[in-house]
Design a protein around this ligand. Sequence first.
Ligand code: BTN
Length: 259
Amino acid sequence: MAENSLSSASITSNLETRFMGQRVIYFPSLTSTMAVAKQEAQQGAAEGTVIIAGEQTSGKGRMKRTWVSPKGSIALSIILYPSVVYLPSLIMVASLAVTHTIEAVTDLKSQVKWPNDVLINGRKVCGILIESQVTGNKVDYAIIGIGLNVNLKVSDFAEILPFATSLSDELGKSVSLLEVTRRLLVEIERLYLTLPAEESIYQEWRESLVTLGRKVRVRWGDTTYQGLAESVAKDGSLLLRHSDGSLTKIVAGDVTLGD
Ligand code: BTN
């Protein structure tokens, strides 16, 4: 039987990290881990503090959407204080940590859909939300929010059924929430600590993207761009080639994949 209950102690106990997840605040049920993480960060919580919920009643997605996070999913937010130059790399850290964790725990292969969805067989298994507050050139805090569908039957949730999947749906059996959570924290710390090194994770992130080389539609606010997803820049933005040959650099948006 896969371990399906979490507690602060079970997550932190002998966790092989220097600081990531060394302090964990667990709530069986919470509106959104992002809100609590923001309060904690404003009070100067230690770097790597994790807010995690058994379920969220008002989970927050990108672009003002709600995020469905019932029991059986992982909903966590991590507080970081990176240098401003590493801020664009946090999405690379988070999404690669998720793909590595999924593969290590389940053997399933996953891909990243720019900017920050993780897909298995074309369906979304994980969403990532990064919020930060910057004053001048200083990051007051950054929060990585990760919502991972682990043990849930997506067919029970009509609102996500058309495009989502879960690890248990893909595997046909449940997965240890505890193992996934602990592995994720180890991976996030490992990748986060590589950021100052010459060898950045940009290349690996670029290679993990399903988006590149595909015709895409990118919606950002009221604007929709169409073109070929040619590349990504080191700052994480998408380079979109239009049919007239021009290039647009897009920093954020919602992508629909074509051929
Ligand atoms: C997306 O729209 O794809 C991003 C979803 C991010 C969801 C996570 S779950 C943990 C954290 N708390 C929230 O309320 N949202 C993020």
